[in-house]
Design a protein around this ligand. Structure first.
Ligand SMILES: O=C([S-])c1cc(C(=O)S)c[n+]([C@@H]2O[C@H](COP(=O)(O)O)[C@@H](O)[C@H]2O)c1
Ligand code: NI
Length: 384
């Protein structure tokens, strides 16, 4: 789909073909053809190879790419993408990275996908690539290990810390190769930034399910002044706070209660210690939820299911939220997602995602506070 979008946006097929030929030991057939997906015009790119079932280890793939005559910029992107896939497969299957054997991903058609997309983006020479939250699809997919739920395990691993969502159809919309390409290529995840659009490339997926345009859109243009960006303004919305004073719940349950409320759709949940009637130490449970009847019903129901309260009080508040977006940075080769908050376009807060910081600190042996500071500094540099 990404190859189709690149060709549709004007990248000559020869640029992609030359890069693919520089890596693959056997001939790979590349074709681009017009297609429609749910009534929208798109370009479908087809990659055909004779031995699509071949297994290759990470070392085999690395050797193929490193020994190729690829442009160094394309080679770097391709190695990074395969390295990410290898790390994800190692984590999912519980093996060492060097012991990872690529299955579908190691086949020549996937090598062509990765190298071709890398070459296409290098050809475009973009300054900044913003990717919307990634649609993952749903249902199940059959792989070498049997049937697995969509998103496939490696996809979840590859998009750790980056925004993605299940649905909107029961099909695999994002594969590990696609997820790795987006994770490596995107400088930032979020809404379309203020820009004057020049070219739009639409890449078609293989399937054409009813009611869903199975495409990737690549929108290329010139950045414009961020003051004109209405999305950068603060958002004010109505929110409900549901509260209950509780003095008779086993205190060991509270962390799980709060987790269950967040799972049920609360945007925040917290406790304050109080002293109740008859001098009893107790807690007030506070739960914040969007002032939407269905969301509030689900969360209120969960309060009654999970706690011992038999009544709640509720109040409506105006909730003010700064506009947020994510950028991905690297600390010693480990990706850390960083949340940026802006008011009228001005950067107000830079906060690395703690789970990513902790994972990078564990992997490198560095103190968490150092990784946190470095990730925040990289994010500031990237946005300045
Ligand atoms: O064969 C293996 S080990 C395999 C693992 C995974 C994991 O998520 S783990 C996923 N898949 C599926 O392979 C196909 C092709 O993916 P590409 O990235 O090559 O397009 C896709 O359906 C994956 O879900 C295979
Ligand atoms: Ni796997």
């Amino acid at each position: 789909m990404l190859l189709g979008a690149l060709v549709d946006a004007g990248v000559p097929l020869e640029v992609i073909r030359d890069a693919v030929d520089a890596v693959t030991p056997e001939p790979v057939e590349l074709r681009a053809e017009p297609a429609t997906r749910n009534g929208f015009a798109a370009t479908r790119c087809l990659v055909r190879v004779a031995d699509s079932a071949t297994e290759r280890s990470w070392a085999d793939v690395r050797r193929l790419v490193e020994d190729s005559s690829l442009d160094p910029a394309v080679l770097d992107v391709a190695l990074e993408v395969f390295g990410r896939i290898a790390e994800a497969e190692a984590a999912v299957h519980g093996v060492a990275v060097d012991d990872v054997h690529f299955h579908e991903v190691g086949a020549l058609d996937s090598i062509a996908d990765v190298v071709g997309v890398a070459a296409g983006f290098v050809h475009l020479g973009l300054d900044w690539l913003v990717c919307s939250p990634v649609a993952l699809g749903g249902g199940t997919v059959r792989i070498a290990h049997g049937a697995v739920g969509v998103p496939a395990p490696a996809v979840v691993e590859l998009l750790r810390g980056l925004p993605s969502y299940g649905g909107p159809v029961d099909l695999e919309l994002t594969t590990p190769t696609g997820a790795a390409l987006l994770a490596v290529l995107a400088d930032e995840f979020g809404p379309q930034p203020p820009m004057a659009v020049d070219t739009v490339g639409v890449g078609a997926g293989g399937r054409d399910p009813a009611g869903h345009a199975n495409v990737v859109r690549l929108v290329v243009g010139e950045a414009v002044d961020t003051d004109a960006n209405p999305a950068a303004e603060q958002r004010t919305e109505e929110a409900l706070v549901i509260e209950a004073n509780v003095d008779d719940l086993d205190p060991r349950l509270w962390p799980d209660v709060i987790a269950a409320l967040l799972d049920a759709g609360a945007s925040d949940a917290w406790l304050t210690p109080i002293l109740m009637k008859k001098g009893r130490p107790a807690h007030t449970l506070h739960v914040l939820v969007a002032a939407d009847a269905d969301a509030a019903d689900a969360v209120r129901r969960e309060v009654f299911r999970q706690t011992s309260t038999i009544g709640v009080r509720e109040q409506t508040f105006a909730k003010v939220a700064l506009d947020r977006e994510f950028v991905a940075v690297e600390v010693d080769g480990h990706r850390v997602a960083v949340k940026l908050a802006r008011l009228d376009g001005e950067l107000m807060n830079v906060q690395p995602e703690y789970a990513d910081v902790r994972a990078a600190a564990r992997a490198t042996g560095r103190p968490v506070k150092d990784v946190l500071a470095e990730a925040a500094a990289h994010a500031r540099e990237a946005t300045s």
